[in-house]
Every structure is written in structure tokens, then in C-alpha cells.
Design a protein around this ligand. Structure first.
Ligand code: GLU
Length: 417
């Protein structure tokens, strides 16, 4: 029986614990450790705007630039009531390791506003976004810090960011990625996080001799990443037996029809009422007897108390930091393989990189090229992580962090740290 602690690690503590584990394994010296564990810049701003009824709302907004040794800071902006400085620091650190692991020329950053956007109208959301960019704009820039979509933000929000920044500092499509395609966005960017995760899954299937057509999966979260990962897994022949959103989890042992679930979600804005599926508790999704568990919602959804229930053989992390450090120790003891977020959720930022390259060159790529280049990058990183973990008998996450930290440490060193 595991003793459950009341205070459990959040995203930041988990990111630091994973960093330390890899740094110990690498024998990283203390000075470099301290440097890489200290965010470069933390910005906290007051985001105030008037609602349609003329009342004033005052919110907290954050942008953290964690490490920029390898290039401009890069990472999404999320709108969620739970956003705080600690969480944004953790997510910014993960971006630094993610961009390094897949070897694209960016550092790591993250931003957010603590707000529930579902309670706002479109025009209120636009005013909020423009005010946030007015406040943090001076630390952004196509060669300084480049935001992108994250939880509850989308191409429309990115378009407002591009417009607000450009009206202040001059036309700058490369200041933000994940824009609508007609405004300099990249083909394939919307699907990229899900597609990248499934490319990683395919690579691991080859390395581990899995047969996708014989496998079952459950996907937690049915937002942008969750819908696409479910779709691409089912296209590969994996039977997705359960999907969930905040309204509940929906189970069908014969496999959920993912296209129908996506249409249902689009029409009703939630999965509730999905035809042919049995509604089960959200927690029950984690205990299903399946091959592949795909957390694609928020951070820390697999905590210590849930780790004991997991029956899947493999976890493919599509959300950022879905497994707490305490939960991971239990899953590790139980022999459950975790394909870590900094690898399996790197597809989004990788296509963001392609978008930025296209903006800078003012040259558009076709979607086939985007997907082919994405696949190359995801395959290479998957093979590197798998090989290091085999060679040194390490968890995949520790191997991934080692690869990532090594590149950033070398960049810091060469720049004169
Ligand atoms: N928000 C995404 C992530 O967490 C994408 C970031 C980006 O494209 O810069 O990886």
C-alpha cells in the first residue's frame, strides 16, 4: 500500500525533479545545473479590459522566458483559471527541453492568463488578448520570443496577437505561430501535435514490435491534441475504446467512431450524449484494461493515487507534464513504459518552427512537405531516446532529458556561460 502524500508535485516541481534525475546521471556540474534551473526572465502583468456590460475585469498575465541559449524563446500561451507563475515556469522549462530534444533552433518559454475563456464573448477575448500583448509585447519578437497556441487558445487568438504586435512594431508574421493559414500560418500546424505524437508511437511500435492493429487505447482530453491523436491512432488501426472531456468519459469496447465523436463535439461543444458509447467516470478511464493510455488534457492528471490503478502497458504523453513525479515512481516500479511529453508532444512546436521558417523566407510549403519533415524529426528523436535508454538502462524520460540538457548546456558553454 502506497502512502499518499497530501502535498504533491505540480508541473514545475516535476520538471525540476526530472531535470535533477537526468543531471545526476550525466554528472552535470553544479554551476551548469544552477544556470539551467534558473529562468532567464519572468514577466507578470496586469491584464485589464472592459467586458461588454462595461464592467472592468483585472486578470494576471504571465510570460516566462526560461532559456534562450539555442535560439529565440518559444512556447504557447494558455488561458485557464489555474494558470499561475509556478505552472508557467514549469511549462516554459519543458519547452526548453522539448525544442532541444527535437533539435530545432529555439529556446523555451510559456505564457498564460488566469481566466476561464469559456465565460467570455469573442469580442471580450479579443480585448483581453490585445491588452496582454500590449503589456508583454516589448519582450516578444520574431528573433526574441515567439508565442503559439496552447490550452484554450487557437489560430484566431494568434491572429490577434500578430495584428496587435504588428500595429505596434511593424509587420511581423514571424512573431507568433499557429496563425490561420490565410494569414501566414502553416498547413498542418493545427494537426501537428497529434500527428507528431502518432509518428512517435509508430516509431516505438517498430522498435518494440507492437502491432497497432491489435492494440487498444484510451484518450483523456478531446481538445486540439486529443481529437487529432485519437483520429490518427484510429487511422493506424488502433482501437480507441474511450475518449473523454470535462463532461465525462465515453466508452465503447468495439471502438469509438472518432470521426463521429469529432463531429458530435463540434456540434455540441462537448462529448456528452455521444451515440453508442457508455458514459463512465472520468477517473475510470485511467483504470481501463488497454494497451495505450494517452493523457492529452492538462498537467498532473495522473497523480500518485491514480498511478496504482493504471492497467495500460504504455503511456503516450500528449499533454504537457500529465504525470506527477510521485506517480511516475509508482508507474516505473510497475514496469509501465512512459513515452515522455518532451518527445511525444513536440510535433506542435516542430511545425511552429516550419511556420516561422516560412514566414521569414516568405515561401510557402505544401502540407506533404510539412508532414514529411515533421516525420523525419520525430523519428530521429524517438530513435535517439530509445537507443540511449536501452544503452544505459534508463527510463525514457531520463534519456530524453539527458539528450535535451546536453545540447542546451553545450550552447550555454560556447556562448560563454
Ligand atoms: N503549446 C505547444 C506546446 O506545448 C506548442 C508550442 C509552440 O508551438 O511554440 O508544445
Amino acid at each position: 500500500m502506497v502512502e499518499i502524500k497530501t502535498e504533491q508535485s505540480g508541473v514545475y516541481q516535476t520538471a525540476l525533479a526530472n531535470f535533477d534525475r537526468a543531471a545526476d546521471e550525466m554528472g552535470l556540474e553544479d554551476e551548469m545545473r544552477t544556470l539551467l534551473k534558473t529562468p532567464f526572465r519572468k514577466v507578470e502583468v496586469n491584464v485589464s479590459f472592459r467586458k461588454n456590460d462595461d464592467s472592468l475585469v483585472v486578470l494576471n498575465g504571465y510570460r516566462v522566458q526560461y532559456n534562450g541559449a539555442r535560439g529565440p524563446f518559444k512556447g504557447g500561451i494558455r488561458y485557464h483559471p489555474d494558470v499561475d507563475m509556478d505552472e508557467v515556469c514549469g511549462l516554459a522549462a519543458l519547452m526548453a527541453w522539448k525544442t532541444s530534444l527535437v533539435d530545432i533552433p529555439f529556446g523555451g518559454g510559456k505564457g498564460g492568463v488566469s481566466v476561464n475563456p469559456k465565460e467570455l464573448t469573442t469580442s471580450e477575448l479579443e480585448r483581453l488578448t490585445r491588452k496582454f500583448i500590449a503589456r508583454i509585447g516589448r519582450v516578444l519578437g520574431p528573433f526574441r520570443d515567439i508565442p503559439a497556441p496552447d490550452v484554450n487558445t487557437n489560430p484566431q487568438v494568434m491572429a490577434w496577437i500578430m495584428d496587435e504586435y504588428s500595429s505596434r512594431y511593424g509587420y511581423s508574421p514571424g512573431v507568433v505561430t499557429g496563425k490561420p493559414v490565410h494569414l501566414g500560418g502553416s498547413s498542418g500546424r493545427v494537426e501537428a501535435t497529434g500527428r507528431g505524437a502518432v509518428y512517435v508511437f509508430e516509431e516505438f511500435a517498430q522498435l518494440e514490435n507492437w502491432v497497432p492493429g491489435d492494440m487498444t487505447a484510451a484518450v483523456e482530453g478531446f481538445g486540439n491534441a486529443g481529437t487529432h491523436v485519437a483520429q490518427f491512432l484510429s487511422d493506424l488501426g488502433v482501437k480507441v475504446v474511450c475518449v473523454s472531456d470535462t463532461s465525462g468519459a465515453y466508452y465503447d469496447g468495439n471502438g469509438i467512431n472518432i470521426s463521429a465523436a469529432i463531429s458530435h463535439k463540434r456540434e455540441n461543444r462537448k462529448l456528452e450524449g455521444l451515440a453508442g458509447a457508455e458514459r463512465i467516470l472520468n477517473e475510470a478511464l485511467f483504470g481501463l484494461d488497454i494497451d495505450l493510455l494517452v493523457p492529452a488534457a492538462l498537467g498532473c492528471s495522473i497523480r500518485e493515487e491514480k498511478a496504482e490503478d493504471v492497467r495500460a502497458r504504455t503511456i503516450l504523453e500528449v499533454a504537457n507534464s500529465p504525470v506527477t513525479d510521485e506517480a511516475e515512481r509508482i508507474l516505473e516500479d510497475r514496469g509501465i513504459m512512459i513515452i515522455p511529453d518532451i518527445l511525444s508532444s513536440a510535433g506542435g512546436v516542430t511545425v511552429s518552427y516550419f511556420e516561422w521558417v516560412q514566414n521569414i523566407q516568405q515561401f510557402t510549403w505544401h502540407e506533404e512537405k510539412v508532414n514529411a519533415e515533421l516525420r523525419k524529426i520525430m523519428r530521429k528523436a524517438s530513435n535517439e531516446v530509445h537507443a540511449l535508454s536501452r544503452e544505459k538502462n534508463l527510463q525514457l524520460r531520463t534519456a530524453a532529458f539527458m539528450k535535451a540538457i546536453d545540447r542546451v548546456a553545450r550552447a550555454e558553454q560556447s556562448r560563454g556561460a
